[in-house]
Ligand binder design. Structure first.
Ligand code: MF3
Ligand code: CO
Ligand code: CO
Length: 269
């Protein structure tokens, strides 16, 4: 989500009933990413991948694809598709269309579903055929960044602790963290408070409290962190055209740590 300047707001905690609904929405989101995996192959277009996800979400899951017609603020045109697909040097918010997937591509598919009024939001990277080393590497580093961010989550930890875990690992691997976009609180709203920055200082910012739900979704570039927005009003690319990778999960703060709401039992995060 596009980072805004903001004054800190109190933590939003969910009731047990709301958390149960978040678990359902999270599970459906994970099912979409699992369903689409075998279709992600050279020769298919991003538009076809979107259509398959759309039909699965609406017909099989009886859920709503949150991105379709989504408009975070009046400056944005409504998002025209049901999932975001971001290839190679696209950082996030890629719009599915006629682009044919090729051998050597890396792509992020970002799925958000609404079920019974609650959102689940998750994305993962797919590697197609023989991927160049630099792209493979940024995919791995971004995944490890997400994992380290998630493993920081427990009551009393701060938002700065999460950001620091991500930033320090990314930079130790000579990659950079995109700063203009961040994770977000999630629940009845798609993008809620607080903002979850993927960089920061230990001990800074809001303390985590059981019942909070938010995403961790680091966008990591193989080159410099700077971004460029394309004229379609959505697509964000690396300014230096270096490959970029992102992974995302929706997380619940529990009494002892965290629960990954968008993970299926037995699957890796
Ligand atoms: N799913 C994205 C996120 O993780 C937001 C996409 S907004 C959309 O926050 F409209 F492009 F779908
Ligand atoms: Co998100
Ligand atoms: Co997302």
């Amino acid at each position: 989500m596009l980072r805004r300047s903001q004054t800190p707001s109190p933590a939003i905690c969910h009731t047990a009933e709301e958390i149960e609904k978040m678990r359902v929405a999270g599970k459906l989101t994970a099912q979409v990413l699992k369903m689409i995996a075998p279709y992600v192959q050279a020769g298919i277009t991003t538009g076809e991948l979107d259509r398959i996800c759309h039909e699965y979400i609406v017909d099989e899951l009886q859920a709503i694809p949150a991105p379709l017609h989504y408009q975070p603020s009046p400056e944005y045109p409504p998002f025209p598709k049901s999932v975001c697909i971001s290839l190679n040097h696209v950082i996030c918010h890629g719009i599915p269309g006629d682009r044919v997937i090729k051998d050597g591509d890396i792509l992020n598919i970002d799925v958000t579903v609404i079920k019974d009024g609650f959102h689940g939001d998750s994305s993962k990277m797919f590697l197609v055929g023989e991927v160049p080393l630099r792209a493979r590497r940024v995919v791995e580093v971004a995944h490890e960044c997400m994992v380290r961010g998630i493993q920081t989550v427990r009551p009393g930890a701060t938002l700065g602790d999460i950001g620091h875990a991500i930033q320090s690992y990314a930079e130790s691997q000579h990659c950079s963290v995109v700063r203009e976009f961040c994770g977000h609180g999630i629940g009845r709203k798609f993008h809620d408070e607080p903002q979850i920055l993927h960089y920061g200082e230990p001990g800074q910012g809001m303390q985590l409290v059981p019942g909070m739900t938010f995403t961790i979704e680091p966008m990591i570039n193989a080159g410099k962190r700077h971004i460029k927005a394309l004229p379609d009003g959505w697509t964000i690319v690396t300014k230096d055209h270096s490959p970029s990778a992102q992974w995302e999960h929706t997380i619940l703060v529990t009494d002892t740590g965290y629960e990954v709401l968008t993970q299926l039992p037995g699957d890796p995060i």
